[in-house]
Design a protein around this ligand. Structure first.
Ligand SMILES: Nc1nc(=O)c2c([nH]1)NC[C@@H]1CN(c3ccc(C(=O)N[C@@H](CCC(=O)O)C(=O)O)cc3)C=[N+]21
Length: 299
């Protein structure tokens, strides 16, 4: 039996439609245009592609997009100065500082300088704490996208055993908080987990966020499980001069013979991340201005 392929691209497009509708509504009823500021320091080619895509989709949804491309040598003071300005700018409702930052910049310091109400990545310590304690917060885009895919596929997650492989602050930990909030039983696994394969085999829901191409093997998967592959690993083309290939953390060909449903890479979680960023920006614009939130876009 072959798994259903979860179409993250199509689902993300439907979220962006809802975001565009909510944006149109804020404009018409309140004269408010949600604005997203994207800050990119340095010249990393993959980061340039992602930030361009974020800006393009923000504009397509009717939002204002403010781009700030800074040189690799930008100092911490300069970057913090820009963030102060964006925090104070009434036209900016969402601020995203593309990670990773160059090594001479302290990313925790920089992220925590963002006004938490404008922190559409949900990475500020206050948003992380609020999510972990079950309070309203800005929710990190990638785990939010994964949760929306899971709820769409499974419905009620109560009592499901979810195994999250990876313990990063940007995916693994917030993913676990969201799954707990949805009443799943959650295990967080990582490189030091004993018998990782055995633990994964117990998972009704398996979320892979480790950044190691094809690490999760087909026989680690419980038959019928829902598999969410967060990995975006760029591998050189198999043919000379060809384009790089994108692969996930799951051995997709093997896993799809066992799983009940699985996200592909590309076309799974990636597009959901950007759609959720736009959703967070509309929600932030509404909250900051004390307006009713478009509730179909929050969890
Ligand atoms: N502050 C911050 N916030 C982020 O959300 C953030 C970040 N920094 N740094 C980099 C990562 C990476 N990321 C992706 C977003 C969309 C796709 C995406 O749309 N991927 C497409 C393929 C795109 C392609 O072909 O390269 C897909 O999976 O189908 C991938 C990766 C957001 N990130």
């Amino acid at each position: 039996m072959s798994a259903d392929i979860i179409d993250g691209k199509a689902f993300a497009a439907s979220i962006r439609d809802r975001v565009a509708a909510a944006t149109g509504n804020l404009k018409e009823e309140f004269g408010l245009t949600p604005g997203l500021a994207v800050v990119l320091v340095g010249e990393d080619p993959a980061s340039q592609v992602y930030t361009r895509s974020k800006e393009r989709m923000a504009t397509a949804a009717g939002m204002a997009s403010f781009e700030h491309r800074l040189a690799e040598e930008t100092t911490e003071r300069e970057l913090l100065g820009l963030i102060d300005n964006l925090n104070a700018d009434p036209e900016v409702h969402g601020i995203l500082v593309q990670l990773p930052l160059p090594p001479h910049l302290d990313s925790a310091l920089v992220i925590n300088a963002i006004d938490p109400n404008k922190d559409v990545d949900g990475f500020h310590i206050s948003n992380a704490g609020r999510l972990a304690t079950g309070q309203t917060s800005m929710v990190p885009c990638t785990p939010l996208g994964c949760l929306l895919l899971l709820k769409d596929r499974i419905g009620d997650l109560s009592g499901k055993h979810a195994v999250v492989v990876g313990r990063s602050n940007i995916v693994g930990k917030p993913m676990a908080s969201l799954l707990l909030g949805a009443n799943a039983t959650v295990s967080i696994a990582h490189s030091r987990t004993a018998d990782l394969a055995g633990l994964c085999r117990q998972a009704d829901i398996l979320v892979a966020a480790v950044g190691r191409p094809g690490m999760i093997e087909g026989d680690w998967i419980k038959p019928g499980a829902t598999v969410i592959d967060v990995g975006i690993n760029r591998l050189p083309s198999e043919t000379e001069g060809g384009k790089d290939r994108l692969v996930g953390d799951v051995d997709f060909a093997a896993a799809k013979e066992v799983a009940g449903a699985i996200t592909p890479v590309p076309g799974g979680v990636g597009p959901m991340t950007i759609a959720c960023l736009l959703a967070n920006t509309v929600v932030a614009a509404a909250r900051i201005n004390g307006l009713p939130e478009p509730d179909e876009l929050t969890v």
